[in-house]
Design a protein around this ligand. Structure first.
Ligand SMILES: [Zn+2]
Length: 422
């Protein structure tokens, strides 16, 4: 299994050439014997003994290509799935680029993505230039969404996270056409700041650090929640990965097709739930209806109380839920309910994002119903997939061991890594 034939080589965005003759049957391998050099030349990576199969890594010449193929090439480094180069984890992308394995046009495309920022219009309308700042409010949604959709959807910059966690002291600035956010870290209670953008990052971080150093001790913010792309473009600083706050990204297709052993286990739980509760139903919820929102809030509260003590994290979450429901139409969130005989037994609140992503800051099911959460996750993926969404950002695990193994079992295609400054 896992071998498929290759007839066209991608040589540019949406441009392919038809390969005629011998190379038309080069199979893919995650540990290939050959590689594309330049754009169309295929070269051996080492001396190949007679009889060696000519293989190449298709991902090294695919860009912005939605096509995905399962792989069982048998290489010890098999990635199990062949995806477009832009969907590979960035560490691996860099490794391949350094080894010279990647098609020239992809390297060009990556450079122009990085530099495509037009300076012709205001980058962040309504957000003042650093060191001036403005407290977060709902009127900033449009500017923030227009800006953040150029980057991977780190949940910290999503409108629902910003609005839900805002304590009145989330401050926004435009620092050299990058978005600077200063806020209270919801887990540590400390002042933090983070940055998103691709303009003069090293210089911007230096400006930010000297500004923080000039602040009184009690107001000084630490640099954390820094997206991987930002940390990489400021290599002069000492970064440490903060694994506990990495966002999990799942492909809806993987969720729906149960494409891994652990996903199959999740599907079995969901099916068992449906067998035991055939009357359970998925429905979209009208979040503009205040009695629906009140019902969601009391349900969430009840589920949390059953967990035991209502500790700080849960209070933060409950408050965030109430704030987001209170602004649901401005935030554009979608409510998906799981009901049984007209009684709510679970719900998920979804924020649709750019780049075919959605995230689910809130999801609860009744704790005594095994498989209900699995059923809700899968059905939410089905609903979002049917409306064109392809990736689910399921947020961080906060370093909780049970939560980490649970999230890993949904088989993420990517973690959105974040860093802090040492
Ligand atoms: Zn493979």
């Amino acid at each position: 299994m896992g071998h498929f034939s290759f007839y066209a080589v991608q040589i540019g965005l949406g441009r392919y050439i038809d390969v005629q003759g011998n190379p038309a049957f080069v199979n893919h391998s995650c540990g290939p014997s050959c590689s594309i050099r330049g754009t169309v030349d295929l070269v051996a990576l080492q001396d190949l003994p007679t009889g060696t199969e000519i293989t190449m890594d298709y991902s090294m010449s695919m860009w912005a290509d939605p096509e995905k193929m399962e792989c069982g090439c048998g290489s010890p480094r098999c990635r199990k799935q062949v995806v477009s180069f832009d969907e590979l984890p960035s560490d691996f992308q860099h490794e391949c680029i350094n080894k010279g394995l990647v098609s020239d046009y992809i390297i060009e495309a990556m450079k122009s993505e990085r530099h495509r920022e037009p300076v012709t219009e205001a980058t962040l309308p309504g957000i003042p230039t650093f060191p001036e700042c403005t407290p977060w409010n709902l009127t900033h949604i449009k500017a923030i969404r227009a800006f953040t959709q150029k980057y991977p959807p780190y949940n910290d910059f999503c409108a629902m996270t910003l609005h839900g966690l805002d304590d009145g002291e989330t401050l926004l600035s435009n620092l050299n056409n990058n978005l600077l956010m200063r806020f209270t870290d919801p887990t540590k209670g400390k002042r933090s700041c983070t940055l998103l953008g691709d303009n003069q990052i090293s210089g911007s971080i230096a400006d930010l650090l000297s500004f923080e150093a000039s602040q009184p001790e009690c107001q000084r913010a630490v640099l954390g929640y820094i997206p991987e792309e930002i940390a990489k473009s400021a290599p002069g600083n000492q970064w440490e990965e903060d694994r506990n706050i990495a966002d999990y990204v799942y492909a809806t297709e993987d969720i729906l097709n149960a494409s891994s052993v652990s996903l199959r286990a999740r599907h079995r739980l969901a099916r068992r739930f449906m067998r035991m509760h055939p009357q359970a139903k998925i429905e979209t919820l009208d979040l503009t209806n205040s009695s629906v929102c009140a019902q969601l809030e009391s349900f969430a509260c009840q589920v949390m109380l059953e967990k035991g003590i209502l500790e700080r994290g849960l209070l933060v979450e409950l408050r965030a839920l109430m704030r987001c429901l209170g602004a649901s139409s401005t935030l554009g969130c979608i409510g998906i309910g799981l009901t049984m005989e007209n009684t709510l037994i679970g719900f998920m609140i979804v924020e649709p994002l750019g780049r075919k992503y959605y995230h689910t800051p809130f999801g609860k099911t009744r704790r005594d119903l095994a498989g209900a959460m699995e059923f809700l996750m899968i059905e939410t993926a089905r609903f979002m997939h049917s409306t064109g969404y392809r990736f689910h950002n399921d947020q961080e695990d906060l370093g909780l061991p049970g939560l980490r193994s649970y999230k890993m079992s949904w088989t993420p295609v990517r973690l959105l890594k974040k860093y802090r400054l040492l």
